[in-house]
Design a protein around this ligand. Structure first.
Ligand code: DER
Length: 228
């Protein structure tokens, strides 16, 4: 499909930013999977063979391992040179909604540990205002999750507890639940993020604000790498 082609074009352009010897955060989701595949392909050509990846999910870890991409951890490398990751929605100020793949907690930890974060998207992710296209994923401890749902409804969201396979609740890599919160267009994402962070039991949310300054976006008009 066109979207997959755009994702692949964006992933390939983004991988051009990886320099030899880097320790790179590897995002989660289908676009990040294409980043990992591109990195593996370049390694197969004898390039970037000294690059090490730090995965943001078990899923990305398994894919990278299956392709022979060397992996490490934040314990070994508390500061990463670069993180490449996808997003579900991007606004004009490069504020993001992430978490469609359920990896938002490790994605945010890895992004905050990185000197540079490059977000890789197809043009369909661009949005005039966060919340227009996508609910905000909120990761909550199973303990007391219903009181979190009530808290989030009182903030104006319509809540869906994300389901995994066979109708059981989806579990993150940390074993937590995800409440997808449809707020609609969000006026002040920073204020909402602060309210979510103040609530005990909410362990992560999908509003990524001020975490990136670079975007690679591919669409009908071609591929663009937007830098500050
Ligand atoms: O969970 C995330 O934030 C991922 O980056 C993901 O949702 C991005 O989506 P993609 O599968 O379209 O790349």
């Amino acid at each position: 499909s066109d979207v997959v082609r755009f994702k692949r074009l964006a992933a390939e352009r983004a991988v051009d930013s990886i320099q030899p010897g880097m320790v790179v955060g590897l995002g989660s989701g289908s676009t990040s999977a294409l980043v990992v595949r591109r990195l593996a392909a370049l390694r197969g050509e004898g390039r970037l063979t000294d690059v090490v990846g730090v995965p943001t999910s078990v899923e990305t870890e398994q894919l990278a391992r299956s392709l022979g991409v060397p992996l490490s951890t934040l314990e070994e490398h508390p500061v990463l040179d670069l993180t490449l990751d996808g997003a579900d929605e991007v606004d004009p100020e490069l504020r993001l909604i992430k978490g469609g793949g359920g990896a938002l907690m490790r994605e945010k930890i890895v992004a905050q540990a990185s000197r540079r974060v490059l977000i890789v998207v197809d043009a369909g992710k661009l949005s005039p205002r966060l919340g227009t296209k996508w609910p905000v994923p909120v990761e909550v401890l199973p303990f007391g999750w219903r009181s979190q749902a009530l808290f989030l409804e009182q903030l104006g969201a319509r809540i869906t507890r994300r389901e995994g396979r066979d109708g059981a609740p989806f579990r993150t890599d940390q074993g937590n639940f995800i409440l997808d919160c449809a707020f609609g267009p969000i006026d002040r994402p920073e204020a909402l993020a602060s309210r979510l962070e103040a609530r005990a039991g909410i362990v992560a949310h999908g509003l990524f604000i001020g975490l990136t300054s670079e975007l690679v976006v591919a669409g009908p008009g071609g591929v663009e790498h937007r830098r500050p």
